[in-house]
Design a protein around this ligand. Structure first.
Ligand code: GLN
Length: 283
């Protein structure tokens, strides 16, 4: 006798006891292979699964059992209501980063025309989401990883914004933009202190790109490198919004102090967990 959806869910769950949310992982992977939604699995639980699907499900569950994150197994992750392709070349989008988009929405009406840059774009979530929401915007997205840029370009194509987002290979210490040329710069740079990364969960350490996460001993190397360039490139009145680690507001504000004469406004915004998460500067 073959396996039913129910027996397969039980088998998968039992192989996933060592990872977070075994039941959820099992349901997501079974639904993915069967091409249905998680919710329909329960109603369909006595259905038999054919051998080809069975083999594929067992293979994906095996990957998940090693700790590989679901987003890499599925090859996608949702961000701000859009589906993004992700690969091991890119960080998996985190919900905290959505606060940058929310902050942009508070400052720019949907029909405004503006030029922006996204520094360290990774899978392109910030640049592509901005271009998608603000159809009068044009942006440049920078990353030093060719693999990540390749993914970001695919995401721009998938969301119909490839004509308004230019992708550039580069690092933050280079002068990437003409002075006073940008209305908005966004960034979710690497900001994890080396030691904190070494102590992070295996799912992060073993699978996510270290170059997208770690930024020196205090996690602030990238912001130190980025700030002079950002300050030059922003127009007067332009905004810079950057994600930070929840214990970094003080350190970041100290770095900004050197540029204080250039900025009219500094704000630290909190995430849903009430942690400091976004630094906003107005030139
Ligand atoms: N929030 C991420 C983490 O804790 C870090 C993201 C980043 O460095 N930009 O893994």
């Amino acid at each position: 006798m073959g396996s039913t959806i129910l027996s397969l869910l039980k088998e998968s769950e039992s192989r996933l006891l060592a990872v977070d949310s075994p039941r959820l992982s099992a349901e997501v992977l079974v639904a993915e292979v069967l091409g249905c939604s998680r919710l329909t699995l329960v109603g369909d639980r006595e259905r038999e699964v054919d051998d080809r699907d069975l083999e594929r499900i067992r293979e994906l569950v095996g990957r998940r059992a090693t700790g590989e994150p679901l987003a890499y197994i599925l090859g996608r992750k949702e961000f701000y209501g859009l589906d993004f392709m992700v690969t091991p070349d890119t960080l998996i989008p985190r919900p905290e980063t959505e606060h940058i988009i929310e902050a942009v929405e508070e400052h720019f009406p949907r029909d405004s025309r503006f030029r922006f840059a996204d520094l360290g774009t990774g899978s392109g979530i910030l640049a592509v989401t901005l271009a998608h929401l603000f159809t009068g915007s044009k942006g440049v997205a920078v990353d030093l990883s060719p693999g990540a840029l390749n993914v970001a370009e695919k995401n721009a194509l998938a969301h119909g914004v490839a004509d308004r987002v230019e992708f550039r290979l580069g690092d933050f210490t280079e002068r990437l933009f003409p002075d006073d040329s940008l209305d908005l710069i966004v960034s979710n740079p690497p900001y994890v202190p080396q030691q904190e990364f070494d102590e992070a969960s295996r799912e992060v350490v073993d699978f996510e790109p270290v170059t997208a996460l770690v930024s020196g001993a205090d996690g602030l190397d990238h912001i130190r490198a980025m700030l002079p360039r950002v300050t030059d490139a922003l127009k007067t009145g332009g905004l810079f919004m950057m994600e930070i680690g929840y214990r970094q507001a003080e350190g970041v504000v100290r770095i900004i102090t050197d540029y204080l004469s250039e900025y009219k406004e500094i704000q630290v915004l909190k995430d849903l967990a009430e942690h400091d998460r976004i630094v906003l500067l107005r030139k």
